[in-house]
Design a protein around this ligand. Structure first.
Ligand code: SAH
Ligand code: MG
Length: 215
């Protein structure tokens, strides 16, 4: 082996989820601009890219853009003419994401739509069916986003959600008003709905990955 690594995790990440220069700068620069450090990590990004390629995704819907970190991993999986639609409620986040999509060379295929995700879904129907949906916005609405994804992702496509571990609290009885209850409902639904086969990839805050196997 030519390089040495301080530990196994560093080894795994260096080999399986290397970031290029653009990706490596997205979150540090966003944080310097005051955005929260809540993107997926590189391994989750690589998993999103892998999954999109595995299902031959041409159209992907993302809920929650932040600075475009996950969106870049997703958009890079798209063939020419492919399309990522990313829904984002925060104007500053949308602006930073658009700039990062340009910088990453995916602005021709990655679009940010500004507004409450639930209110943007009517317009997203015009782009359906999707090959993949990635849910990573407000946690209380995960079940509603799942309803949309189930209706508008094709059979053989993927529905994926970040933060399936509920910020480390998914296994607890949470207060009635805790938004992470939405995640718990989400996890229970994707693991029991006969239309889905699901697996949890425990990168970062955990990706719940579901394959839609029938209507
Ligand atoms: N997917 C990104 C991280 C998203 S963080 C990545 O991994 O790189 C969650 C984002 O969802 C934030 O930018 C937040 O502004 C946005 N968001 C929160 N509530 C929303 C809503 N109701 N509709 C659309 N976007 C929302
Ligand atoms: Mg997240």
């Amino acid at each position: 082996m030519s390089a040495t690594y301080p530990d196994l995790e560093t080894y795994r990440r260096a080999l399986f989820a290397p970031e290029d220069e653009v990706l490596a700068k997205v979150m540090p620069e966003a944080v310097a601009e005051g955005l929260p450090k809540i993107s997926v990590n590189a391994e989750a990004g690589q998993a999103l890219n892998f999954l999109a390629r595995a299902v031959g995704a041409k159209k992907i819907l993302e809920f929650g853009a932040l600075a475009g970190y996950s969106g870049i991993w997703l958009a890079r999986a798209l063939p020419p003419g492919g399309k990522l639609v990313s829904l984002e409620v925060n104007p500053k986040h949308a602006e930073v994401t658009r700039a990062n999509f340009k910088r990453a060379g995916v602005a021709d295929r990655a679009e940010v739509r500004l507004g409450q995700a639930l209110e943007l879904l009517e317009s997203a129907k015009a782009d359906a069916p999707f090959d993949m949906a990635f849910i990573d916005a407000d946690k209380e609405n995960y079940p509603k986003y799942l309803d949309f994804a189930l209706a508008h992702v094709r059979v053989g496509g993927i529905v994926c959600a970040d933060n399936a571990n509920g910020h480390g609290h998914a296994h607890e009885v949470l207060p009635a008003d805790d938004p992470r209850r939405g995640l718990q409902v989400y996890n229970e639904r994707v693991t029991s709905d006969p239309r889905l086969v699901s697996v949890c990839l425990p990168f970062g805050g955990w990706l719940a990955v579901s394959l839609k196997v029938r209507e």
